[in-house]
Design a protein around this ligand. Sequence first.
Ligand code: SF4
Length: 248
Amino acid sequence: MDTDPAPKLPPARERIGPIRVTLKQLYPEVVSALDHKNALELLVATILSAQCTDARVNTVTPALFARFKTASDFATCDIKELQKLIKPTGFYKNKAKHIRACCVAIVERFGGEVPGNLDDLVTLPGVGRKTANVILGDAFATPGITVDTHVGRLSRRLGLTRHRDPVKVERVLMELVPQEEWTKFSHRLILHGRKVCYSRKPRCEKCALATICPKVGVKGLAAKRKRKKKKEDSPQRTQRAERKKESK
Ligand code: SF4
């Protein structure tokens, strides 16, 4: 397993216990932030949540699910009507295409019911491993590690892995975290990423994991971009660029 233990801190295997306990204390009750009443609604909402906030998805789904109730309804819908209903979530043409194609496959291959296992779920159009694990964990109570942008970033910052490939991150977390906790652990990392360990400017000074995080004090994307811009704007760089231009 490729982990990234911090100097002076115990390896990931020893820190994962305190990390799990702390996250559980911070976020004891975790449920999907996407409003849904069944697996189909969660599947559609998850497709809509790509490049969109869960809160915005929740503003369009009540009308959407009142209009289309079954996989067959979505599979036979008028694509323009579907597009109109989901437009506020962005990329609505592609999302409408995926939702309809996904529901056609559910009707044709799974009798109109969302399948409850990973192998079948990932065969549906528009459904990758991440979406499949969300569905399994939240609609079928089957534990799954969901590696989205927050889970990936926090896993690396917390020194649990160095991998960038979500599938490899998922495997590392599956080894470190007890299976019955996979779904909740993913939700807790997502919440911590949304509330404290921001990508742009992590709030390490407010973070309850600071004493067991190897990256405490890390500069986020905002600082990196600032440094890059400063470098680009530096007078030496400008002079060098001008000299290069003149010598041509
Ligand atoms: S200490 Fe900083 S980098 Fe580490 S988890 Fe907390 S906010 Fe993120």
